[in-house]
Design a protein around this ligand. Structure first.
Ligand code: ZN
Length: 343
């Protein structure tokens, strides 16, 4: 039997509209002002109310679309619970708004809640000394560095609603009842720490851990400069793939719902192993993370992609260094250079 990925719902829901993808599960989208221009939202029917999964950026437009969704496809029933898969702003952005404005309960992992609440309170007008040092270590392009050093950095609070105190924790092996199904909670890792995935009979809510057609970003950030998200990612994929079956309908955080998860899990693992192999070849002479875009992404990186590409490049270089396959030295200009051992 040839294994393939299938996309049973090839048409995307229009703004403010929903598509039923399984009994009692609606698929909607919220726009994002980036190259990846949308995030998927799901609503699970509780009878008299809805449990929604992920929320989109907090913005005037995001609020307007949510109001349209609630009056339209959600039929005026209240949103009583918000499940958030992981702490990234496109997923948790509106959670606090649902808590404050609609009295909804927030359900997420402890790490997701702590990370998001910490970051949303961390208002920065200029990059911190730690961020500048991190960029220097990564060998950031000097022009981009000079520009970023004197402008307001990306702040969580720019697109995440204030988060009131209180949430309900989900953890590995929990069972969560929602939308008439029992969901097994299994933790992903690597793209975001303690990233929840939810598994019911025939349906999987994958967040950004289980994406079709794009490989989730694995990044190192100044909050944890010695992290090894590539190891975390590979470990989580190996652990989760055991539960994958070809017929499950996977509802991902971006792009289209799909089936063929066993194949996709293998691809998600292979994508990074392939990238590491190409990177190791490229490190025949000392290179900074900034100088490793080509072997990792196989294309030029420009504009708005630079930041995500840099943190992903640091993650892969750091992985080879921490795994003992590459050396790391501090260059005179403050950049780390990586070189294959024995090269
Ligand atoms: Zn994410």
């Amino acid at each position: 039997m040839s294994e393939t990925l299938s996309y049973p719902f090839p048409d995307i829901p229009a703004e403010g509209e929903a598509i039923e993808v399984a009994e009692g599960i609606l698929w909607m989208r919220q726009p994002l002002p980036m190259k990846l221009d949308h995030v998927n939202i799901y609503a699970l029917d509780e009878g008299g109310s809805w449990t929604i999964v992920d929320t989109g950026f907090y913005s005037k437009r995001g609020v307007a679309i949510w109001e349209q969704l609630m009056a339209g496809p959600l039929g005026g029933k209240p949103v009583s619970r918000v499940i958030v898969t992981h702490h990234h702003p496109d997923h948790i952005g509106m959670a606090g708004w649902f808590q404050s404005e609609h009295g909804a309960e927030l359900i997420t992992t402890r790490t997701a809640w702590l990370m998001a609440r910490m970051l949303v309170l961390d208002d920065q007008d200029r990059p911190t000394a730690e961020s500048l040092r991190f960029w220097q270590h990564a060998g950031m392009d000097p022009e981009i560095f000079a520009q970023r050093a004197c402008e307001r950095p990306f702040n969580f609070s720019d697109c995440v609603a204030p988060m009131p105190l209180g949430y309900r924790r989900i953890r590995e092996c929990d069972t969560l009842r929602a939308g008439g199904r029992n969901w097994a909670v299994r933790m992903g890792n690597g793209h975001a720490p303690e990233h929840a995935t939810l598994w019911a009979d025939g349906v999987v809510l994958g967040g950004d851990q289980l994406l079709p057609s794009i490989s989730p970003n694995l990044g190192v950030y100044p909050t944890e400069p010695d992290a090894d998200p590539v190891t975390d990612w590979l470990e989580a994929c190996e652990r989760l793939r055991v539960f994958a079956t070809p017929d499950q309908l996977v509802l991902p955080g971006h792009k289209l719902p799909f089936t063929g998860l066993p194949l996709r899990m293998r691809q998600l693992i292979d994508n990074h192993n392939g990238a590491l192999e190409r990177l190791l070849k490229h490190l025949d002479t000392p290179k900074t993370a900034h100088e490793c875009f080509m072997p990792l992404f196989k294309r030029e990186i420009r504009g708005g992609e630079y930041g995500l590409a840099l943190v992903e490049s640091v993650a892969h270089c750091a992985h080879l260094y921490l795994a003992g396959q590459a050396t790391r030295s501090l260059r005179h200009d403050g950049a780390y250079t990586y070189q294959r051992k024995g090269a």
